[in-house]
Design a binder for this molecule. Structure first.
Ligand SMILES: Cc1cc2nc3c(=O)[nH]c(=O)nc-3n(C[C@H](O)[C@H](O)[C@H](O)COP(=O)(O)OP(=O)(O)OC[C@H]3O[C@@H](n4cnc5c(N)ncnc54)[C@H](O)[C@@H]3O)c2cc1C
Length: 402
């Protein structure tokens, strides 16, 4: 049979490729980035409940490569799974989010770990610009920006939250819906002394809200000296991620167009934080690039899968904010279920329309709830007074799925 055509070599597209390879299903992945190194260092993400599905669908060597890209392998060995939510004014932990087994990994290194073993199926520098679904044929065709085209049995759009395939399937309603909350973050190098007070709170990550201003703060480890090779040298350093978000209530809450303006804003908003947190923000050096992440979501609306010839997965299917740290976990579960549905088509003579409809039904139910919960978690994160143990930002990360 003709191959499955996957648009996007992000975490979900590559996981799907690996899962299809295990099932001997032909596939090709098309990625707009010119090379695997084209992106910067990126963020870290926490894999928690999706680990169960990764163990079921990925080969052992891939799992061990992913395990190796944890941001702090030492902490990982005896991790308690703690996840603290603190009062930013006092610096005191207020809530402990129920623990899970977790791997906190560097996202770009995980992408490279997933690439190993399927390199020959990943086509870099291939930006997909269109999709053709010829009437009466069991085929789909992808069109590339250089005018080339490729034909396959079905197309999976996994090209992230601004998906082109989503736009084709829902031209009336493909845009992510903004939340009215602004978010900026930096990656910063810190000496062992500078990072110690933050690591004393939690060596991997913690978050919190300021009771008066409603500003949200997020700290997480990106690299330890052992990972970046500076251990036991004079230049020993950690790399951490410091992010802040706040509700947009007036013109003064907009995100500046310059790094300098964004950094000044972060420093101003950290006024009144407990001293060790205020210092952490004030110490961010001038000239540090400050990234804005647009907080917006998309609730996995319905689409027509054109007789089982096209579907979506990952952020393309369900964009959600990161306040529950679940989007990639859902995307990985999508890959697991979709690989099962595609297996039904290729090896068990199940009709593609039925197989994809089953996959989409489960995903839609699961991820609509997740998008709503993440949206609520984002709002909770900025409203200290309304936080309680049942708030979406504080409840256990788990799925309700069959
Ligand atoms: C700060 C932050 C923290 C996060 N923390 C967590 C966490 O702790 N836990 C968690 O589960 N999730 C987390 N997430 C979410 C997680 O990063 C995403 O859910 C995940 O990366 C989505 O993977 P994806 O493969 O669906 O999409 P992407 O990673 O966006 O990959 C899409 C790929 O498609 C390519 N592409 C796009 N358009 C085209 C085109 N037209 N043609 C060809 N290729 C194309 C892109 O270049 C990209 O490589 C976080 C997100 C952020 C921003």
């Amino acid at each position: 049979m003709e191959p499955v055509l996957i648009v996007g070599a992000g975490i979900v597209g590559l996981t799907l490729g690996q899962a299809l390879k295990q099932k001997n299903i032909p596939f090709e992945i098309f990625e707009r980035d010119a090379t695997p190194e084209a992106r910067g260092q990126g963020w870290a993400i926490t894999l928690h409940w999706a680990l169960e599905y990764m163990f079921k669908m990925l080969p052992e060597e891939t799992l061990s490569r992913i395990q190796d890209v944890q941001v702090d392998p030492d902490v990982a060995r005896h991790d308690s799974g703690n996840f603290l939510f603190i009062n930013l004014e006092t610096g005191e932990p207020k809530y402990k989010i129920p623990p899970n087994r977790r791997w906190r990994v560097n996202r770009e290194r995980m992408r490279r770990a997933l690439l190993r073993g399927i390199e020959e199926h990943v086509h870099w520098g291939h930006r997909v610009v269109g999709l053709d679904l010829p009437e009466g044929e069991n085929k789909a065709r992808l069109l590339f920006e250089d005018g080339d085209a490729v034909s396959g049995r079905l197309v999976v759009g996994v090209e992230g939250s601004r998906s082109m395939v989503r736009q084709i399937l829902r031209p009336d309603s493909f845009n992510n819906v903004p939340l009215g909350i602004n978010f900026t973050g930096v990656a910063v190098d810190l000496t062992p002394e500078e990072i110690q007070p933050l690591r004393d709170m939690d060596p991997l990550l913690f978050q919190g809200c300021h009771p008066q201003t409603g500003v949200f703060f997020w700290f997480s480890m990106l690299e330890t000296p052992h990972v970046n090779g500076t251990a036991n040298t004079a230049a020993e350093r950690y790399r951490a991620q410091i992010c802040m978000s706040w509700a947009e209530e007036g013109p003064g809450d907009k995100v500046s167009s310059t790094d300098e303006g964004r950094l000044t804003n972060m420093k101003e908003r950290a006024c009144g934080f407990a001293p060790f947190l205020e210092h952490a923000v004030n110490r961010i050096p001038d000239g540090t690039p400050v990234t804005e992440i647009k907080l917006a979501d998309w609730e996995c609306l319905d689409w027509n899968n054109h007789d089982g010839r096209v579907t979506l997965a990952g952020d393309a299917a369900h964009a959600m904010t990161m306040y529950r740290g679940e989007a990639a976990n859902h995307g990985i579960l999508d890959a697991f279920r979709l690989a099962g549905a595609i297996d039904q088509i290729y090896h068990h003579s199940v009709g593609a329309t039925v197989a994809l409809a089953g996959y989409e039904l489960e995903m839609r139910e699961r991820t609509r709830r997740a998008v709503q919960l993440s949206r609520q978690a984002c709002r909770d994160a900025h409203n200290w007074a309304s936080l309680d143990g049942n708030s979406a930002i504080l409840t256990k990360r788990a799925i309700i799925a069959s």
